[in-house]
Ligand binder design. Structure first.
Ligand code: HEM
Length: 517
């Protein structure tokens, strides 16, 4: 009897499974990457892990997740893009600003947000603007646009100043010897978001034994981490939703509970409004999101979202304003602390602008030239979303002369250009002055080609909350600098950058704070 005849069905099954996985994770991506290699792109293939392997090694060896990407700037010739893989899927990272421009022009037609990167976070945001595509995105963007408009942000400045001031005064009552800075910023920003959009004081509530902000921040981190585990890469992100693994089960439950909590809050607010309108006791203007909620409940608008959709948008504001902005402020605080010029100039400016809080307005905030330069330089050195969210091509198409195949994940490798000496002098140094000096290489190159530096993205899918985000950084970080001196609790602290959904510090950044008189 031959050897093969001894093998049973399960063994044949196992062999077939192994062969198929070898084909899926090794042969297929390699042959797909050959398509990009033929077009002159450097290819970095790593079985299964793909580009995540390079990022992990960069953190371990160089304390910077994008070290290897930044090194592309020193290759000769400098690549326009490079290709790698994520599990079985080819990935193309764009560096050449002309390719980036071509991508932005075709993104709505030929791409969706890559499910591998976005689907787990989508469990939290569901139909919130950031992660949906096509008509769903159009409806959400249209209905939420008034909330983000310049006029709306302008109108809400006094409220943002008042809430920030109150929260920073409350902070003084805490133990200031060791403050987890990013957490505090998330706490303040969530309070602002709650007040502005839902007239809720979220900082006074706790959720499952944590502050709401702490819980939301952890949940976002957990969902980002789950999206890229070996288990998820192997089975696809759908496996997380099934809750088979106990960690996934806990994540799904926490997401549902949080959404239930937000939905309950929205419902309760709507109930209050309806009752006040019915009794004729409604006074003053409603926060805009509540107004939209009310109008839609009364079907006063032609196109309307339902209450669940509005909770999605509330989750969106929470993520947008709490998390991206708290990351930006955390990075700014770190760079500011290490920059003698900024230490000298920024406090002077904030003391002047915030001398009389009742006078702070969009006009006065727009005079914060040094703060604006600090923010721009922070976003160059460490943007919360330096490469934006990965997209996946839905059809074969051309980006400039680059032939992209359907199914390829495309990333805008903005971080490479932010550190390219062709565009910035001394690119590894934090230097806000480069944004103030019209003749600096940075100002010259970015004014010639805006696609070099896009911390808020561009085009139809650019950040809706740009005006709000800039105002929040100016106010929250500005008032913080006015009210506190701060130092590292660990004198040797050096920020190591990593990414979850957003770029963030690998180790918690703790400061000791001293209130100023
Ligand atoms: C410094 C602060 C911020 C930065 C650096 C930032 C950056 C970005 C970036 C890069 C995107 C594009 C993501 C992509 O498509 O891959 C984006 C989208 C978005 N951001 Fe922001 N953001 C900030 C603050 C905010 C704030 C405060 C809000 C809301 C209050 C907000 C709401 C949004 C929304 C709704 C989108 C989705 C737009 C769409 O897909 O149509 N962002 N943001």
């Amino acid at each position: 009897m031959s050897f093969l005849a001894y093998l049973t069905l399960p063994v044949y099954g196992l062999i077939l499974f192994v062969v198929y996985q070898y084909y899926r994770f090794f042969m297929k991506p390699k042959s797909q990457l050959a398509h990009y290699e033929k077009q002159g792109l450097p290819v970095i293939f790593a079985p299964f892990w793909g580009f995540l392997q390079g990022l992990t090694e960069s953190v371990q060896k160089h304390k910077d997740i994008f070290y290897a990407w930044k090194q592309l700037n020193y290759m000769n010739p400098k690549p326009r893009a490079f290709a790698s893989n994520l599990g079985a899927t080819p990935v193309v990272a764009l560096k050449d600003p002309e390719l980036i421009k071509a991508f932005y022009m075709t993104q709505e037609k030929s791409y969706i947000k890559a499910p591998a990167a976005c689907d787990v976070a989508k469990m939290i945001l569901r139909n919130g603007t950031l992660l949906v595509d096509g008509n769903q995105w159009k409806a959400h963007r249209k209905l939420s646009n008034p909330l983000y408009s310049f006029d709306h942000v302008k109108e809400r400045i006094p409220e943002i100043v008042a809430v920030t001031n109150k929260m920073l005064d409350k902070l003084k009552e805490k133990d200031l010897k060791k403050v987890n800075f990013m957490r505090e910023m998330q706490h303040i920003l969530l309070e602002i978001t709650g007040k502005l959009f839902f007239d809720l004081e979220l900082s006074s509530l706790s959720f499952k034994g944590d502050t709401v902000s702490g819980f939301v921040a952890d949940l976002i981190d957990r969902s980002a981490v789950e999206a890229l585990t070996p288990f998820t890469i192997f089975f696809s992100t759908d496996i997380v939703k099934t809750g088979i693994h106990p960690r996934h089960k806990a994540l799904v439950k926490d997401i549902n509970d949080l959404r239930g909590f937000l939905y309950g809050a929205a419902k309760a607010k709507l109930g209050e409004i309806l009752a006040a309108k019915a009794n004729g006791t409604a006074t003053g203007k409603l926060p805009l999101l509540l107004e939209i909620l009310y109008q839609q409940h009364q079907k006063l608008t032609e196109e309307h979202l339902d209450e669940v959709d509005l909770v999605d948008e509330f989750a969106m504001f929470t993520l947008g304003s709490m998390d991206t902005t708290s990351h930006a402020i955390t990075f700014a605080s770190y760079f500011h602390l290490n920059c003698p010029e900024s230490q000298k100039k920024l406090p002077q400016e904030v003391n002047e602008i915030f001398k009389d809080l009742s006078q702070v307005s969009m006009d006065s905030l727009n005079k914060m030239d040094y703060m604006t330069a600090v923010l721009k330089e922070t976003l160059r050195m460490a943007a919360p979303l330096p490469n934006f969210l990965p997209r996946q091509a839905t059809e074969d198409h051309k980006l400039g002369d680059l032939d992209i195949r359907a199914g390829t994940i495309v990333v805008v490798a903005g971080v490479t250009n932010n550190f390219d000496p062709e565009y910035h002098d001394d690119p590894n140094t934090f230097n806000p002055e480069r944004w103030l000096d019209e003749k600096s290489k940075t100002r010259q190159s970015t004014s010639k080609n805006a696609y070099i530096s896009l911390p808020f993205s561009t085009g139809a899918r650019s950040c809706s909350g740009r005006e709000m985000g800039i105002a929040l950084v100016r106010i929250v970080f500005g008032l913080f600098v006015k009210k506190f001196n701060y130092q590292y609790t660990d004198k040797n602290y050096e920020m190591v950058f990593t990414t979850k959904l957003f770029q963030e510090p690998l180790e918690t950044l703790n400061y000791s704070l001293t209130p100023k008189n």
